[in-house]
Design a protein around this ligand. Structure first.
Ligand SMILES: C[S@@+](CC[C@H](N)C(=O)[O-])C[C@H]1O[C@@H](n2cnc3c(N)ncnc32)[C@H](O)[C@@H]1O
Length: 253
């Protein structure tokens, strides 16, 4: 099984690559798959001078929720790239629905390849994508390579609450890491616990409904869909209780 497929499954909280063909069905009722479009629009308005010539790259754009809202609110050009063709079809439909099809260009592709050729953007967004581009150091260097000097980078991650959590750096450690990586933190937005819980509850009920439909249709694969419900619930619990999820705006220096 390829590394790309394993990381793709992980980016959507699937424990097995066997689930990949079913992800568009399981996630059909959701538009936003990770980042908060509102936070990204707000931080862009606050820190970045945007014109109709501003170029934005949305890597692993999912179903295009962030791209479409940024294009609609700010009138700038966006290219979104995602590896799941059904997500790109959905993103194109939403761009039309919101009247921003002339500003948005969505393409199917592997972002590991895209970062080698996509250059000279003003802003790059990598929303809720985990380690698809490698560890944090590799990820930041690849994102920097897609933007102009002093270009802007949005990433989502989490701050560990203290040094005992080996999975997530504390905020202090992130700041040291950013300094060494040649970027500065301009702004950060946290999702309130209540908001996170209500989003998770709504999404989880849709996903469970679709997983149960798939269980009926493919009883021999019931274990697969049950494990997805469980892994989604475990992720919701972690996001709500154990870590501080944060969207960060960085500037390349
Ligand atoms: C949790 S979703 C986040 C989507 C979007 N950024 C958002 O915040 O709504 C993760 C996305 O990463 C995409 N993905 C994972 N591996 C990828 C790869 N190698 N190339 C392109 N997209 C990838 C998945 O298809 C999925 O849409």
């Amino acid at each position: 099984m390829s590394n790309v497929e394993e990381k793709l499954a992980k980016s959507l909280t699937a424990e097995s690559t066997e689930l990949i063909p079913y992800l568009p069905y399981l996630l059909q009722d959701l538009w936003e798959l990770g980042s908060s479009p509102r936070d990204i629009v707000d931080m862009t308005k606050k820190h970045i001078q945007v014109s109709k010539n501003t170029k934005v790259l949305d890597l692993a754009c999912g179903k295009g929720a962030v791209s479409v809202h940024v294009a609609k609110a700010l009138g700038c050009m966006i290219r979104g790239i995602d590896i799941i063709p059904e997500f790109i079809d959905f993103a194109n439909k939403k761009a039309q629905e919101y009247g921003v099809e002339n500003l948005c260009e969505f393409k199917v592709g592997d972002i590991n390849e895209a970062v080698k050729v996509e250059k000279d953007y003003d802003v790059v967004i990598l929303g809720a994508v985990g380690d698809v581009l490698g560890n944090p150091e590799e990820t930041i260097q690849m994102l920097k390579s897609t933007v102009k000097n002093e270009g802007y980078i949005f990433i989502d991650d989490a701050y560990g609450n203290d040094d005992s959590d080996v999975r997530y750096l504390t905020r202090e450690k992130w700041l040291i890491f950013f300094q060494n990586a040649g970027v500065k933190l301009l702004d950060e937005r946290f999702i309130e616990e209540d908001e996170m819980k209500s989003i998770n509850d709504e999404q989880q009920s849709f996903i469970a409904m679709r997983a149960n439909q798939l269980k009926e249709r493919y009883p021999e694969k019931a274990y697969l869909f049950e494990s997805y419900i469980k892994s989604q619930q475990a992720e919701c619990d972690e996001l709500e209780n154990e870590i501080s999820v944060v969207t960060m705006l960085l500037q390349s220096i």
